[in-house]
Design a protein around this ligand. Structure first.
Ligand SMILES: C[S@@+](CC[C@H](N)C(=O)[O-])C[C@H]1O[C@@H](n2cnc3c(N)ncnc32)[C@H](O)[C@@H]1O
Length: 268
């Protein structure tokens, strides 16, 4: 087993973990041998994976830029991963330095790093919690100190709901956050789908059964259901690379098999 000095007590270093494998795909430093091994195995079967993860990250950035441009000043990022460079608070605060951001992740490594990274960022917080328990997050003192639920906010659920199984009823979970949001609030969502790479997607899902966070890919219809109650802004629910791309429409957006959308609640 790898020995490192920055790991919080009780963290299982024998099993790969989604937050750290994702960090590896993005070229980060917060991962272990067991995560890199799984990442390399996944990349061997699906070489475009790092590119897909970067496309997801680019969607997150564009969605936050868009929402900040629409006047949203509070962001609740559920399943944020490790908030390293280019994360939500940096993007939002480039638009307006008064933006407030709360990061939530259930992974102790992500939270240990996030807390250290955010120490000198007033108005930005990170807590360790499971998004499947909206009550604990919506009443958490750290969240309440950062986010004012009486004002419009953006809920971000980017590349995370595919780690919530059908038995946990993701639609019900998303609805709990929606119902706690003020009129005019938003949801930005990106969710793994099979796209045209059915076999690769199935192998990939199989790999994740080894992690502490198995994966459930969903169809367009299933993802659309998660957005219930929100009015989707243009271009609606699309492959993530097609959501308001900066440099023209990608030639084959289905190569990036994540479905993305931003929705708003009506203002009254
Ligand atoms: C693929 S990463 C996405 C990170 C970030 N949202 C992005 O798109 O760049 C998925 C993150 O969701 C977290 N996660 C998975 N299930 C979760 C849960 N039930 N509650 C909170 N976080 C969760 C993982 O720990 C991981 O950090």
């Amino acid at each position: 087993m790898e020995t490192v000095d920055w790991v919080p007590e009780g963290v299982d270093l024998d099993r790969p973990n989604a937050a750290r494998v994702y960090d590896y795909y993005l070229g980060g430093a917060h991962n272990f041998a067991v995560d890199r091994q799984m990442g390399d195995q996944a990349i061997a079967g699906w070489p475009e994976l790092p590119m897909i993860m970067r496309a997801n990250r680019a969607f997150l950035r564009r969605a936050v830029q868009y929402l900040a441009g629409q006047g949203i000043r509070q962001f609740l990022d559920l399943g944020s991963g490790i908030p390293t460079a280019g994360n939500v608070h940096e993007v939002a605060r480039a638009a307006d330095p008064t933006c407030r951001v709360a990061y939530v992740d259930h992974d102790p490594i992500a939270v240990a790093h996030g807390t250290a990274l955010l120490r000198d960022e007033p108005g930005v917080t990170m807590i360790q919690a499971d998004l499947r328990d909206p009550g604990s997050i919506l009443t958490h003192p750290g969240i309440r100190a950062t986010i004012d639920f009486d004002k419009p906010l953006a809920i971000l659920m980017v590349a995370v709901l595919h780690f919530v199984s059908d038995t946990d009823d993701p639609a019900h979970i998303v609805a709990a956050y929606r119902d706690a949001s003020a009129p005019g609030s938003a949801l930005a969502l990106c969710h793994a789908t099979r796209g045209e790479r059915n076999e690769r997607a199935a192998e990939h899902r199989e790999l994740y059964t080894r992690t502490t966070t198995p994966m459930t890919m969903r169809s367009r219809q299933q993802v659309a259901t998660l957005l219930d109650g929100y009015d989707l802004v243009d271009p609606g629910l699309v492959y993530m690379a097609s959501w308001r791309p900066e440099e023209g429409m990608p030639a084959r957006p289905e190569v990036y098999p994540g479905l993305a959308a931003v929705g708003r609640l009506s203002t009254r």
